[in-house]
Design a protein around this ligand. Structure first.
Ligand code: FE2
Length: 346
């Protein structure tokens, strides 16, 4: 599955993009990041157009990078501003500059046509800033797997009973069907498990004494963002869908950024409605998320390794695949719209 380029991707959390030159590979492109003197993030192609030395091996001079080989210097917009030993700055003396935008502690990068980059399209969740909610950053978790495998997993509430038995799932969910909807570029998979013991995640936090009703709403915004609204509430309250906020409710956010066809970073964080003034609670929750997401990593990396071998039979299709199948179709449509010639050839 090819990449969708005309889209905002998370380049990193704000706190991991310093003033100094640092590098990341995104969609097979090597990019050098830094901050201008005013503090704005900047992202340039990490290669001098002269002898191809990575610019990240050069020096930051004010808001520009000076190549470490012959001193050609490039501003944050990618244009060459100095060539030692000549006055003429040819128009071709430039590097690609990527649109970047910082909001809510996150640095976003646009990997497609810069003319189409519209910061109003950057993902926002009102709870990121709303009263009564606490956002808490997690990690950038590396997966040796194509991002579509991660996307598949993030439209799939059915796996939690098997992959995350000590944190996010328990056997009570095994037989409960998953509801699936498609809304534009978003796939919504959901289910409620009523009157069951709490999952390990909440047990470890000692939040519930008796049985709970728990919900999972997975919103996958193709191609790269998952919002998982999950939580639990005491069964005796007999809560409706609209009463989720009276329980312990979390949004687990996953921002997928492909490194290459076979590697992805999952930038994950959560927003919670309980103990909002206690960052220690956020840390404890993150410890459990780390256990769970490492379990996904083991599964998805094993699938990726298997995928590199030829397939000798058609995979079996199950009812629970409906959400992931919608999602793959949407991603394929988005990619095809960007590259119609390639899609026609395939
Ligand atoms: Fe999972």
């Amino acid at each position: 599955m090819t990449f969708v380029r005309n889209c905002w991707y998370v380049a990193g959390w704000s706190h991991e993009i310093p003033r100094e030159l640092s590098t990341k590979r995104i969609m097979d492109e090597d990019i050098v990041f830094y901050r201008t003197e005013a503090g704005a993030p900047a992202a340039l192609e990490d290669q001098c157009p002269h002898k191809r030395l990575p610019l990240s091996m050069g020096r930051l001079k004010g808001d520009a990078i000076e190549c470490g080989y012959h001193g050609m210097t490039f501003g944050a917009n990618g244009r060459c501003v100095r060539i030692p030993g000549q006055d003429n700055l040819p128009d071709s003396a430039r590097v690609r500059s990527y649109p970047v935008h910082e909001t809510n502690g996150i640095v976003w990068i646009w990997m497609g046509d810069p003319a189409l980059a519209d910061t109003s399209e950057i993902f926002q969740l009102p709870e990121m800033q709303a009263e009564g909610w606490a956002p808490h950053f997690g990690d950038g978790l590396y997966f040796a797997a194509n991002y579509v495998h991660l996307a598949d997993n993030l439209c799939d509430p059915a796996h939690v009973a098997y992959v995350h038995p000590t944190t996010l799932g328990n056997p009570e969910s095994e037989g409960v069907p998953v509801e699936v909807e498609r809304d534009g570029h978003t796939v919504i998979t959901s289910r409620w498990i009523r009157d069951a013991p709490p999952i390990g995640f909440f047990k470890a936090l000692d939040l519930f004494k008796g049985h709970v009703d728990r919900w999972h709403y997975y919103y996958y915004h193709a191609p790269n963002i998952a919002v998982i609204d999950f939580g639990s509430i005491e069964t005796e309250r007999n809560a409706s869908e609209e009463e989720r906020q009276f329980g312990a409710r979390l949004f687990a956010l996953h921002f997928l950024t492909p490194i290459s066809e076979t590697e992805t970073v999952d930038y994950w964080m959560h927003i919670r409605n309980i103990a909002v003034d206690d960052p220690g609670m956020g840390d404890r929750m993150n410890e459990q998320f780390r256990v769970a997401f490492d379990e996904d990593k083991v599964v998805l990396e094993a699938i990726q390794r298997r995928e590199e071998k030829p397939l000798d039979r058609r995979p079996v299709r199950l009812a629970i695949d409906k959400g992931p199948n919608y999602l793959k179709k949407i991603i394929a449509e988005m990619a095809a719209r960007e590259r119609p010639e390639k899609a026609a050839a395939e």
